[in-house]
Design a protein around this ligand. Structure first.
Ligand SMILES: *Cc1c(COP(=O)(O)O)cnc(C)c1O
Length: 450
């Protein structure tokens, strides 16, 4: 019985899969926050190269991966697909569990899949520096890694709670040459304003995005790079699902259900989007996004137009949102603390093609511990949400006495998250109550559009 299903270097996909032409409805237009009118490509040129702006709205189903990008991908791709024999045995389940492991990248997560092409396209456009935000530090590390390959400088605004909780990720970014700044900071107008109002804020991705966008918009040689949410990021991540599909085919399997942790939605998009067409063609397959109960965007948010950041600098996008000024509790899965979600994932959720479920953090760590004591790999706290989804599904299979094929994305390893595991093992992890009041008040501040 095979445990690892591996592909050759020349089986790295040659094109990314764009889900837009396979969406049931047309995409809701993105709105320029200053004019209130649909955003034109030129509105985004102060912060993105045209090549990526074009990918954002492309109707082409397949978009070629540049040769140089594939060469760098080759350092760790194709990533392995594992059959979780030992986890299945521990759960005594008739289900077959497979996981696509993205922690083999140098940064330890799926995020370099988009950092590499974003850095490369910006290099082609003559950009000297990229500014970005990071939550847990995974995205900052990925962009610092990519920029070190292509000779671009990196400025990272790191959410303050993670800056203190995850010092090694900050060190890793610096090893790859990045400048790392705790956010909110004194370096930007929006940072100074927030520090004045609430000096003890843990920070949030929404705040850090505002700072990075302000930095990019106010410097000519600097662009902005986002690690999730945007259509071109989801596009780049589809290498995950495309490879997994081929690997499952080699194993003689078709998945019945797919789980991915969902922060901004990109790794979930990466593993799930290549299966959206199969679903449209009648294959019975569930695509489940798993989010934290304390930041339950897809399960408790509303499908509405909202800003991507607290300072209202980003375009207004139709998505599931908890409100742009919602600051989630400081859970350890820092990469899942985002008030909004990918427009594509949101629309597919709205159309009933994608399902969503939310779990509190102790339940996710419990699943992560069972996983690491069966399979060995220590999962990132974010990835533990996908594991929890898969474990619950496998338990249901046992209770119903019915087999099924489960696929999940193990989006990253947790080797830099030992303080989180230390807290869990010591029984110190808090399950925050569902922040109903906070969500109600932030949802009262949605912009009016149309
Ligand atoms: C960032 C991150 C996530 C969540 O981000 P998405 O945009 O939803 O993919 C999940 N897992 C890991 C390991 C991450 O670093």
């Amino acid at each position: 019985m095979q445990t690892k299903i591996v592909l050759r270097d020349d089986q790295i996909p040659k094109a990314w899969y764009n889900v837009i032409p396979d969406m049931p409805g047309s995409l809701a237009p993105v709105i320029n926050p200053r004019t209130g009118a649909p955003a034109a490509p030129e509105d985004l040129t102060p912060i993105f190269p045209m090549s990526l702006i074009e990918q954002e709205v492309s109707e082409q189903r397949w978009i070629e991966i540049p040769e140089e990008v594939r060469k760098v991908y080759q350092l760790w791709r194709p990533s392995p697909l594992y059959r979780a024999h030992r986890l299945e045995a521990a759960l005594k389940t008739p289900a077959r569990i497979y996981y696509k492991y993205e922690g083999v990248s140098p940064a330890g997560s799926h995020k370099p899949n988009t950092a590499i092409p974003q850095s490369w396209y910006n290099k082609q456009a003559g950009i000297k520096r990229l500014a970005t935000e990071t939550g847990a530090g995974q995205w900052g590390c990925s962009l610092a890694l990519a920029n070190s390959f292509f000779g671009i400088e990196t400025t990272v605004y790191m959410v303050r709670v993670s800056f203190t909780q995850k010092p090694y990720r900050k060190n890793l970014m610096e090893v790859w040459g990045a400048d790392v700044i705790p956010s909110p900071s004194e370096l930007t107008e929006v940072g100074r304003r927030i520090l004045e109002e609430s000096p003890d804020t843990p920070g949030s991705l929404g705040i850090a995005i505002s700072e990075a966008v302000e930095d990019a918009a106010t410097h000519d040689d600097t662009n902005y790079a986002l690690g999730s949410v945007l259509n071109h990021v989801c596009l780049h991540q589809t290498v995950i699902g495309l490879e997994a599909k081929e690997q499952l085919r080699m194993a003689g399997e078709k998945p019945d259900v797919i789980f991915g942790a969902c922060g901004g939605g990109s790794n979930f998009a990466g593993i799930a989007f290549p299966f959206v067409r199969d679903k449209a063609n009648g294959q019975d397959i569930r695509l489940v996004a798993v989010e934290p109960a304390s930041c339950p965007t897809l399960t408790k948010g509303v499908y509405a137009y909202d800003y991507g950041d607290i300072a209202k600098l980003t375009p207004i996008t139709k998505m599931y949102t908890l409100g742009h000024d919602f600051v989630p509790p400081g859970i350890h899965a820092g990469g899942l603390r985002y008030h909004g979600d990918s427009a594509l994932v949101s629309q597919l959720r709205h159309e009933g093609i994608v399902d969503a479920v939310a779990y509190p953090q102790n339940a996710c760590f419990e699943a992560a511990l069972l996983f690491t004591r069966s399979e060995g790999i220590v999962p990132a706290p974010e990835s533990s949400h996908a594991i929890k989804g898969a474990v619950d599904e496998a338990v249901r299979a046992r209770e119903e006495g019915r087999e099924r094929t489960i696929l999940f994305c193990l989006s990253g390893h947790g080797n830099f998250d030992m303080t989180a595991y230390e807290d869990y093992l010591a029984g110190r992890l808090v399950d925050y109550a569902y922040p109903e009041e906070l969500i109600r008040s932030s949802l009262a501040n949605l912009p009016e559009v149309g």
